[in-house]
Ligand binder design. Structure first.
Ligand code: FDA
Length: 308
């Protein structure tokens, strides 16, 4: 209930104007966001990789409404990839991309512009010997994201997808994307979705997550298990064992700032643990989704606002 209410409330301009005045260095923002600049994220990546973790980096931004902004975000990704390459970090660090950040929502030819920009980012990632994973946004964009994925995979077969266990359709999407060479990041899903398309009860979402995991683990692709859930992680480990998967044929993923001790513990056991690291000035939507996931974080958030 609270999660849905918060996701709804986050659309209020009044609330947004209050929150975006927080500096990125304030406690609650800094916990979930690595900083605003490419230097900030490269240094966070260096630290995580030095601690034995892998990384996927998201340049924050999801409401791109004009071409100049789409171009700016694309340029930011190209610069990021070049900096990761220069810093010899591309063996352990890839990038995550929201198609809405590179133009999909533009009224004219949005999907084509997003595909062209994503292709340029995939080219740069390929040249730097790393990969791109397409984030999944709300359900109205799922078909479009999967269509763009399929175009990109024709030239860049390593391009990854994100599937959201809360959608009724996802078990079937997992089946479609469980073939050799397919990289699928399975998460629960972070948007406010209607009953007609998504499970509403956390227990139903968890059951769907397990069904999807079974499909991915039994398939020939590379499952990326993106969850902090202490019950789902051992289930993933068990399914990997039953499907005789080696540790290098799947990985665990968590968000920057969430359960860092557990990230480290799993990496020490020999798992690839990839941390999703967001950076940039446009952190509002991302922060609200993190707060909505865990009401306990709200106290921390309120303290940051009061001490401003
Ligand atoms: P759940 O929310 O049930 O949490 C399980 C436990 O994890 C909690 O009990 C708590 O211990 C801990 N925890 C979870 N969230 C926390 C928080 N914010 N603060 C502190 N502790 C917390 N979503 C999407 O719609 N599209 C996408 O492209 C992506 N991409 C993505 C990439 C990666 C690498 C991850 C890990 C997640 C995403 N997500 C996402 C977000 C995802 O859908 C989901 O909202 C969050 O991962 C939280 O779900 P959990 O599986 O952790 O379970």
């Amino acid at each position: 209930m609270l999660r849905r209410a918060l996701l709804g409330l986050s659309r209020s301009d009044k609330i947004k104007n209050l929150v975006v005045r927080l500096p990125v260095t304030s406690g609650v923002v800094a916990r979930f966001v690595a900083g605003e600049t490419v230097e900030d994220v490269v240094s966070a990546t260096r630290r995580l990789v030095g601690a034995g973790l892998a990384v996927t980096i998201d340049h924050l931004g999801e409401d791109t409404l004009d071409r100049t902004q789409a171009e700016r975000v694309t340029a930011a990704y190209l610069e990021l990839l070049s900096r990761l390459d220069e810093s010899a970090l591309t063996r352990s660090a890839e990038v995550s991309l929201k198609l809405s950040a590179v133009g999909r929502a533009l009224s004219q030819d949005g999907e084509k512009i997003a595909l062209d920009n994503a292709r340029r980012i995939c080219q740069a990632a390929d040249a730097a010997k790393t990969t791109v994973t397409l984030d999944m946004e709300d359900h109205t964009t799922t078909d479009s994201t999967l269509a763009v994925l399929s175009e990109l995979r024709a030239d860049f077969p390593d391009t990854g997808a994100v599937l959201q266990a809360y959608l009724h359709r996802t078990e079937a999407d997992c089946r479609d994307l469980s073939g050799a060479g397919s990289r699928v990041r399975l998460c629960k899903g972070a948007y406010k979705e209607p009953e007609s398309v998504a499970f509403q009860e956390p227990a139903e979402v968890d059951k769907s997550y397990v069904r999807c995991l079974k499909v991915l683990m039994a398939g020939r692709g590379y499952p990326m298990v993106a969850t902090h859930d202490p019950r789902l992680i051992p289930i993933a480990q068990d399914l990997a064992r039953r499907n005789r998967r080696m540790l290098d044929s799947w990985e665990l993923q968590m968000l920057y700032g969430i359960r860092p001790t557990e990230q480290q513990r799993l990496a020490t056991q020999g798992h690839t643990v990839r941390v999703y690291v967001p950076y940039g000035t446009d952190w509002y939507g991302y922060l609200v989704r993190r707060l909505a996931e865990r009401p306990a974080n709200l106290t921390f958030f309120a303290r940051s606002l009061l001490s401003k």
